[in-house]
Design a protein around this ligand. Structure first.
Ligand code: GLU
Length: 485
């Protein structure tokens, strides 16, 4: 068998949709699993949908996710150009379209807008499309020549017979056979000279020696037409893998409205790249065992495209968050701190030991913005209710807490070493003398210095961060609260 060659063929129309990233990832994995080649091709023939800067987004995303292409606009592998608008200038699409015209598989069409809009339209999959009536198929050679010589605008259409059927094969969906009468004579070359996606994808995948095509199943219904083009040229079609739709939790197509439909959205929401890639790999593919955490290299090793499922893949945001949390736990501290620091600095303006605080939260968050809720009390003591001093298991209430805080205040006031060790030792000495359980004293102290039910660290660790003056101030606030209760 020849070497596997796959391609990612994005259109530069904006952010990198999760569905596109999944196609890219699967293409990459299929190639790399077999020691094959992975190529990047920019599909920019639809000038109306072109978005400035979108090509940069593509490059940045590929690099960040580690989906490194072997060939592409920036890495010539002998199959270039790799940008369709540049390929067009070589005349390749027109040349192949003319071959089809000669074979009777395509024809020139000079119909103007008015005539086209007078044609019957049909609703196909919710979209209104005009079914072309093959009017220009009846033009004589002389009429065509005369029109071309007169510079009349034209398109080139695929000629699909009204009778018979066309069959094509997809790895997931099997053999699909459609009546030719259902297939419209789609445009191959537009009036601006650009090829349509429908034509360019066939010419390019063949001339670039692509062996496996992975794309969203929105292309499934057009694939019989592509198959007819392959057959007309006498080319072997690549292995097709049309991926199931990605839906949100409500089983609606994952769209911009969901707020997390693109790679950039997820990065902005505090997800880390490796977790996103890992999660996206599982949107339609699963390994033989129930394993869920994979590095990209591990995916390369284990990925088997025969295990891709055709049932819709639900984008489960909660699950992605869980997975991200697992990645954060496993991150080395320096890398973690690099990402945590800006978030910490958003809420903590005073002079704190941010590294120590970062250590406290590393195992407690799922996404980076979660950090804020865990640490904001350091900056300012929140308003809190005295009921928080009551803890059944610790056997504390407002009365016991007031007693403990009033006894501890002078002890902490006399202490100069506010390191966690020294504070902890001091607290234990107090507990021992009093003959109570640790929690009996720790609970009220932690409540007083944090004003929170849940904190990322214990009482004395918090006091170490706050320092002597602020700790004492907060304990005093607690004493006053309890007195007034
Ligand atoms: N340019 C197409 C898109 O972005 C690519 C589809 C394909 O992979 O063939 O949807």
């Amino acid at each position: 068998m020849s070497k596997i060659r796959t391609r990612f063929a994005p259109s530069p129309t904006g952010r990198m949709h999760v569905g596109n990233l999944r196609s890219a990832l699967y293409e990459y994995l299929i190639a790399k699993h077999d020691g094959g080649e992975f190529m990047l091709r920019i599909e920019d023939t639809d000038q109306e949908r072109f978005v400035e800067g979108a090509v940069d987004i593509i490059y940045r995303t590929m690099e960040k996710t580690g989906l490194i292409h072997d060939e592409g606009p920036d890495k010539d592998g002998g199959f270039g150009p790799y940008v369709q608008s540049e390929r067009m200038k070589t005349g390749i699409y027109m040349e192949y379209a003319k071959q089809l015209v000669e074979k009777g598989e395509a024809y020139y069409c000079f119909c103007d807008k008015e005539r086209l809009s007078s044609l019957k339209s049909e609703v196909v999959e919710g979209k209104e499309i005009t079914v072309y009536d093959k009017h220009c198929l009846g033009l004589s050679k002389e009429e065509i020549e005369a029109n071309l010589a007169a510079g009349k605008p034209f398109v080139i259409r695929q000629n699909i017979p009204n009778e018979g059927t066309t069959t094509f094969h997809d790895e997931l969906y099997g053999d699909i056979t459609v009546d030719n009468a259902e297939l419209d004579d789609m445009i191959l070359i537009k009036s601006d000279g650009y090829p349509t996606y429908n034509f360019a994808n066939v010419v390019d995948d063949h001339t670039m020696n692509i062996t496996h095509v992975v794309r969203g199943n929105e292309y499934l219904s057009s694939s019989p037409k592509y198959q007819r083009l392959y057959d007309a040229f006498g080319w072997e079609s690549p292995v097709y893998i049309h991926l199931p739709l990605i839906t949100d939790e409500n089983h609606k197509k994952l769209s911009k409205r969901s707020g997390h439909s693109s790679f950039e959205d997820l990065i902005e929401q505090g997800f880390i790249t490796e977790a996103i890639v890992n999660y996206i790999a599982l949107l339609g593919w699963s390994p033989e065992d129930n394993r869920e955490i994979f590095t990209l290299d591990e995916l390369v090793k284990d990925f088997d495209y025969h295990r891709i499922s055709k049932s819709p893949a639900v984008f489960d945001y909660t699950k992605l968050k869980w997975m991200n949390g697992e990645y954060i736990k496993a991150m080395d501290f320096d890398a973690f701190y690099e990402m945590a620091e800006p978030v910490l600095k958003e809420v903590l303006k005073k002079d704190f030991d941010l590294k120590k605080i970062a250590e406290m939260v590393k195992t407690r968050i799922e996404v980076f913005p979660d950090i804020k809720d865990h640490v904001d009390f350091f900056e300012e003591l929140p308003e809190y209710d005295v009921a928080m001093y009551t803890h059944k298991k610790m056997k504390t209430d407002a009365v016991t807490s007031l007693e403990v805080l009033e006894e501890l205040y002078p002890i902490f006031e006399a202490l100069d070493d506010y390191s966690n060790d020294s504070l902890y030792k001091t607290l234990l000495e107090y507990v021992e003398k009093k003959g109570c359980k640790n929690g009996y004293a720790m609970w009220p102290v932690r409540t007083a210095v944090s004003g929170k039910q849940m904190t990322p660290a214990g009482a004395t660790e918090i006091m170490e961060i706050l320092g002597k003056e602020e700790s004492l101030k907060r304990i005093k606030v607690g004493i006053n609260k309890l007195k007034n209760a």
